[in-house]
Structures are given as structure tokens and as C-alpha cells.
Design a protein around this ligand. Structure first.
Ligand SMILES: [Zn+2]
Length: 58
């Protein structure tokens, strides 16, 4: 497993975001499942950014 991939996701939890399980959220960092060799969660997806804005305001 890619450490940064997982840590970015876990940092999202620390910021107050929950896991996502809709298939439409597959490419978001906060999607609840991850696979071996996966790296796209090293950066935030647009939906992740929207989630952070929802938690912390404008
Ligand atoms: Zn999670």
C-alpha cells in the first residue's frame, strides 16, 4: 500500500471528513476503500475540497 495515499485519506478524517461509499465517489480521496499500488488519493479530489468547505465554511 502507498503510505502517502493512505495518510492523505486519514488526514481527511482528522479534518472531520467521513468515508464515502458511493460508486460516484470512487475517485475521491475520502472514498472508503483503497487498493494496492493506488496513488491517486495522494492529492485531494474536487469533492474532497467541497467536503472541507462544508466543514470549515467559505
Ligand atoms: Zn477512511
Amino acid at each position: 500500500m502507498d503510505v502517502q495515499n493512505i495518510m492523505t485519506h486519514e488526514f481527511g478524517h482528522w479534518c472531520g471528513l467521513d468515508d464515502l461509499y458511493n460508486s460516484s465517489d470512487y475517485w475521491l480521496t475520502m472514498y472508503g476503500y483503497s487498493g494496492y499500488g493506488e496513488t491517486y488519493k495522494q492529492t485531494l479530489g474536487w469533492g474532497d475540497i467541497l467536503g472541507l468547505k462544508a466543514v470549515y465554511g467559505p
